[in-house]
Design a protein around this ligand. Structure first.
Ligand SMILES: *Cc1c(COP(=O)(O)O)cnc(C)c1O
Length: 548
């Protein structure tokens, strides 16, 4: 316990101390470092939420808006962080945490991430990154190769070329999608005669020059919400992101896409990009990319594939054909912080054509000089960390076959879980796993029989109560802290497109066992009985329907 009369002071000397490398392992900072590692280890080995504390309670620990007038000792502050922050954070690496796309990390990333923080390189320009720049360019080349399979001569020519770029490393799928559509917009409204292009003159004059009444980007109704943000910041407006209907498997309806394109053309609206989703966020389904590529080509649209989550499937020789057609995309988004198991803050957009990114090229005098290899001339973000190093390390340490094992096991585990759900009398599989993501819900066996013969009114009432019950179970399960699944709402064909609340499971953690999955179902079955409103209501209505 700290002695109360110890007091840190804000002197130049003490500031020098915190910027200096600790000389001895038994120095204060060395000791703290060890303590943090041990504490994190312990945290990572325990349950999801050690003691559930309401958020309003936690907020009290973070309630002052005053910047401290007095400095703290690192040791004291570390104690605060371990107690108030670490202990109350979410254990995303637990094998029973199967609700989200970002999950457990390989442990080697902890020590290796120190290299990134320690060196604090800035990838915006070569002067502040040196070897990190070729490393990042190589990583982009590797991902380009994974998607587009060009030959060695191609990579020799373009990977390190100053005036080209095979992609952009960024903070995540959102920025990657914005970057892709930015390129698409600027290429669609490029310089033409007197007109100096949308990048220079803006949207208003671009529309006048090209004579369009409006612009559009087409994506299935399952498209990620980041595309709406992109439409907004690119000045075309969210309404111009046109949602296309999906079929019973959550894939874009080609016929609806074709008729939408036809009607846009009639109204003098220029569709400048078609987006295919390779792994929808809610159900993990993949659009028919080959057909989308044909249509994009026919209509002279930029073809972007949002494979933020599903793109890593390309690592698997067994399953990569699920994404067939992706190699015809003009740009592809992939998040390394999802199925490539890298810490958050690692997204990429990859361009098929090394000259594509010229449409967003930006130069400045003191920085990003023309002809330099500065990565900042082709990125939306400015200063950027050496995060690519962690992906580089993972690609080397895990290797392609290692990733293939991770991907294959995840997909096969999802299939196993789907079979268990299907075989269980009281559960209903709502979406089959195409990758390692599936949705389902709890519907007692008798209620399933009742639903089959219910009148439309009874059915509506049952479905509404089942939604409440799913929500109840999911919240209770999260609060009880043993396991976590997420929930979302989708409109399955089977239930006449009724907006249905479902459990959503992403099976990315290699340590999740079949037993854990069984336990999740058993726990949900028990939790259902604890619902004091929806469960009795469902049972009463079920009985009423079945007794007639
Ligand atoms: C996760 C995801 C995104 C957004 O990525 P962030 O890294 O969260 O910004 C975009 N599209 C799809 C399909 C995703 O799954």
């Amino acid at each position: 316990m700290a002695v109360d009369n110890r007091k840190a002071d804000a002197s130049v000397d003490s500031l020098h101390r915190i910027f200096t490398v600790p000389e001895a392992p038994n120095s204060t900072l060395g000791r703290i470092e060890k303590e943090i590692s041990e504490n994190l280890n312990a945290f990572l080995q325990t349950h999801i939420a050690a003691r559930e504390k309401p958020l309003t309670e936690i907020e009290k620990d973070f309630s002052s808006a005053d910047i401290p007038e007095n400095p703290s000792f690192v040791s004291d502050h570390t104690a605060f962080l371990l107690d108030k922050l670490v202990a109350q954070s979410v254990h995303t690496s637990a094998p029973s945490f199967i609700g989200h796309m970002t999950s457990a990390l390989p442990y080697f990333l902890m020590p290796l991430s120190k290299i990134m923080i320690g060196l604090n390189q800035n990838l915006v320009k070569i002067e502040t990154s040196k070897a990190f720049t070729p490393l990042e360019r190589q990583v982009l080349g590797m991902l380009h190769n994974l998607i587009f399979h060009e030959d060695n001569a191609f990579y020799d020519q373009w990977m390190h070329s100053a005036d080209h770029s095979l992609g952009a490393f960024c903070s995540g799928g959102t920025v990657a999608n914005i970057t892709a559509l930015w390129v698409a917009r600027n290429n669609a409204l490029k310089p033409d005669g007197e007109f100096r292009g949308v990048a220079q003159e803006g949207l208003f004059r671009a529309m006048k020059h090209y004579g369009y009444d409006d612009l559009a980007v087409l994506v299935s109704e399952r498209g990620h919400y980041s595309l709406k943000k992109a439409a907004d910041v690119l000045g075309i407006g969210r309404d111009c992101l046109v949602p296309i209907k999906t079929d019973g498997n959550n894939r874009v309806c080609i016929d609806d896409l074709k008729s939408t394109l036809f009607s846009l053309k009639e109204r003098n609206i220029k569709p400048f990009a078609i987006v295919g989703v390779a792994g929808t966020t809610e159900t993990g389904n993949i659009d028919p990319l080959e057909e989308l590529a044909d249509i994009a080509e026919e209509h002279d649209c930029h073809f972007h594939v949002d494979a933020a989550w599903g793109g890593a499937t390309l690592m698997s020789n067994k399953y990569r054909t699920l994404l067939k057609g992706i190699e015809r995309a003009d740009s592809v988004t992939i998040d390394a912080h999802k199925q490539l198991y890298v810490p958050m803050g690692a997204g990429m957009v990859i361009f098929k054509n090394p000259t594509s990114a010229a449409a967003i090229e930006h130069h400045a005098e003191y920085i990003l000089r023309e002809g330099s290899k500065d990565l900042g001339s082709h990125t939306l973000e400015g200063s950027r960390s050496g995060m690519a190093m962690l992906l580089f390390a993972s690609l080397n340490i895990i290797s392609r076959p290692g990733y293939e094992l991770l991907i294959n096991n995840s997909i096969e585990k999802a299939r196993y879980f789907a079979e268990r759900i299907d075989a269980h009398p009281d559960f209903e599989l709502v979406s089959e796993p195409e990758l390692c993501l599936l949705t389902y819900r709890y519907v007692p066996e008798a209620t399933q029989r009742a639903l089959a013969i219910a009148t439309p009114e009874q059915k509506a009432e049952l479905l509404a109560s089942l939604n409440d019950l799913t929500q109840f179970i999911q919240k209770r399960q999260r609060e009880s802290g043993k396991s976590f699944v997420s929930r979302t709402r989708i409109n399955p064909e089977k239930w006449d497109r009724y907006l249905t609340t479902v459990f959503r499971v992403v099976l990315a953690n290699p340590l999740t066992t079949n037993q854990i999955l069984q336990d999740v179902l058993s726990e949900q079955q028990l939790l259902a009985l604890q619902s004091e409103i929806s469960y009795p209501k469902i049972m009463a209505l079920t009985e009423e329907i079945l007794s007639h």
